[in-house]
Design a protein around this ligand. Structure first.
Ligand SMILES: Nc1ncnc2c1ncn2[C@@H]1O[C@H](COP(=O)(O)OP(=O)(O)OP(=O)(O)O)[C@@H](O)[C@H]1O
Length: 572
């Protein structure tokens, strides 16, 4: 293995995980990889002699301050994954294809790659500020299907763009790796296949390899955690008390809510703070592998140490603990109770002193419920658990969180227009704080001091459905909506209209008036053109429908879906 490290720096966590996986597949154990998102980049992590890959040239200005003199850096050239292109190859020539990606820069890059290789078709970059062209035959997207406007015909998902072979050749040269170009080429081809859509969808979770490294640094403290909201303050108060108790702790909450950050802060406030902080994720590992990775294994004199031993004197943070099979939970519980560990095939008991913190999307009670583990119930590893609220539950923290990321990126000067702030505050943030950080990091690198709506990434610009309204977050006001529709005297018809749109959504279809009329006739509702228009106008006014220009047509909104679901419950 090379003495030097290869640092990979990216804005988006999801992209970072994918390219790190690709680099691991190609270089295997020839080099040490150190992936970091730009927001988590800290001083002194990159050392002279190391090599750095920056996921985009917009990071140069910011990242250079962390890269010591004499360190080489490479801008990651990205390429579409040809292993996913079968469907495109099979298209008859001359198709008109709309390309949808998360930002206009990325969309244009993807269009360029497609034009270069599949020049028999015409490509159009999707720009949400422009109407969608009428004549589109297909849509191509690199793993961004959630951004697609509805009802636009056939979608081909070509998967995330990966690193170009040039990046690998350059890294091998800069780090003087002992790998010849033929082997490197072969492994590169293999990485395209193993990271292709079809390959990963035919694999079971068990076969998937883990992306994250087990060793981690605990860089965060309680003082780093933004907590203006009462829900977050409660979580922090509990954590501060539990940190001193020397007991295992369970953290639960949606993805990206800061569970790992809190685990690090607990570690740093605990007796174990000078010991290691080790992370293992139970998802995507076979039971056999999990056993070896956790407890270690002995084969005669050949001993592999597991993460529990690695965390000796420190903290072991176990993510996705609900994926840990019961027989291993029982063994873990035994370690917690006895402070003794037995390796797989081990002859002796080993003394261990490790603080365990587990995390999951589920609470301990939920994990005890049926369905998570075939027949057996989850073993309660600890009675101490902390709920991490979602960003929507603590939306009053958003201003401080935005200031925090701007400070971390030395972009305190960056400001947002009122409209942008409004969008940030009403967006659904399904990926929670992680997604907020990715978004603000991206905006910080646009080289602008004032962010206006047209500069926002696609998902914030266009997807009205992704936004919540006051009613949506709190209680949807059923009575008021029903009253409003009943004023016009067409409640039952409106429910049928919403149902048609709901069915359409499941079939990924939107409707123009003609198609809608036909579907309603099938339900024995025959409305004139004018009656239909009036009903649609009222439903749109109540935000139960999203009406889009051009071929995108009309679809049911999130509020509409919730209204319908509640209405049906009430009727039953
Ligand atoms: N309270 C907070 N204050 C400041 N930053 C935060 C806070 N919570 C989370 N973050 C930021 O959000 C990022 C995501 O948090 P983290 O990785 O801890 O979430 P997670 O719940 O462990 O996610 P997952 O379940 O997806 O692994 C962190 O890197 C951190 O930068």
């Amino acid at each position: 293995m090379s003495e030097s490290k290869l640092h990979i720096i990216s804005i988006q966590e999801r992209y970072l995980a994918t390219i790190t996986k690709q680099l691991k597949e190609v270089f295997r154990d020839l080099i040490q990889l150190s992936p970091t998102t730009i927001k988590d980049l800290q001083n002194n992590t990159i050392e002279p002699g190391d090599v750095v890959i920056l996921s985009s040239d917009i990071l140069i200005g910011f990242a250079l301050q962390f890269i010591p003199e004499g360190c080489q850096y490479i801008i990651a050239k990205r390429e579409i994954n040809y292993a996913n292109m079968k469907e495109v190859i099979e298209l008859p020539p001359g198709r008109k294809i709309l390309v949808v990606n998360d930002t206009l820069i990325n969309t244009n890059e993807t269009v360029d790659s497609l034009r270069e290789t599949f020049s028999e078709h015409q490509y159009f970059a999707y720009d949400p500020s422009q109407p969608i062209p009428e004549f589109i035959d297909y849509i191509i997207t690199p793993d961004e299907t959630h951004l697609l406007p509805g009802g636009l015909g056939k979608v081909i998902d070509i998967g995330m763009r990966l690193l170009d072979i040039e990046v690998f050749l350059e890294v091998a040269k800069l780090l003087d790796l002992s790998i010849d170009s033929i082997t490197l080429n072969k492994r590169y081809m293999k990485s395209l296949i193993s990271l292709s859509k079809s390959y990963s969808s035919t694999q079971s979770n068990d076969q998937k390899k883990i992306v994250k490294d087990v060793r981690d640094t605990a860089g965060y403290h309680f003082s780093d955690m933004i907590a203006r909201s009462s829900k977050m303050q409660i979580a922090l108060e509990q954590a501060k008390i539990y940190a001193q108790l020397d007991q295992p702790i369970h953290l639960y909450g949606e993805a990206g809510t800061g569970k790992k950050m809190l685990a690090q802060a607990i570690h740093n406030a605990s007796k174990q703070h000078s010991g290691p902080f080790v992370v293992i994720n139970c998802a995507f590992r076979t039971h056999d592998l999990l056993e070896k990775d956790l407890f270690g294994v002995e084969n005669g004199t050949d001993i592999t140490i597991g993460v529990i031993e690695m965390a000796q004197g420190g903290t072991l943070y176990i993510e996705s603990v609900n994926e840990l099979p019961v027989f291993l939970q029982k063994r873990l519980l035994q370690v917690i109770h006895t402070n003794k560990l037995e390796r797989k095939n081990g002859k002796n008991l080993i003394d261990v002193n490790v603080r365990i913190i587990t995390s999951s999307l589920y609470s301990l009670e939920e994990m005890q419920g049926e369905g998570y583990f075939e027949q057996e119930k989850h073993v309660i590893l600890t009675p101490y658990s902390i709920y991490m609220p979602s960003l929507l539950e603590r939306i009053e923290d958003i201003d401080d969180l935005i200031v925090d990321i701007k400070t971390r990126l030395h972009r305190k000067d960056l400001s947002f227009t009122e409209e942008v702030m409004q969008r940030l505050k009403t967006y659904k943030w399904k990926g929670n704080i992680k997604e907020l950080y990715n978004t603000v990091s991206y905006l910080s690198f646009l080289d602008q001091s004032l962010i206006e709506t047209h500069m926002l990434p696609l998902y914030l610009k266009e997807e009205k459905e992704s936004y919540h309204s006051e009613q949506d977050v709190q209680e949807i006001n059923m009575g008021k909506i029903i009253e409003k529709i009943e004023e016009h005297g067409f409640l039952e018809e409106s429910i049928s209209i919403l149902k048609v749109f709901q069915e359409g959504k499941q079939e990924r279809e939107s409707f123009g008036r003609t198609k809608l009329k036909a579907r309603l006739i099938e339900k024995d509702i025959d409305l004139t053109e004018q009656q239909l228009r009036m009903r649609l106008e009222v439903l749109q006014e109540l935000k139960l429908l999203n009406v889009r220009q051009g071929r995108a047509g009309t679809t049911i909104s999130r509020l509409g879906e919730r209204f319908l679901a509640n209405y049906e419950k009430q009727v039953i």
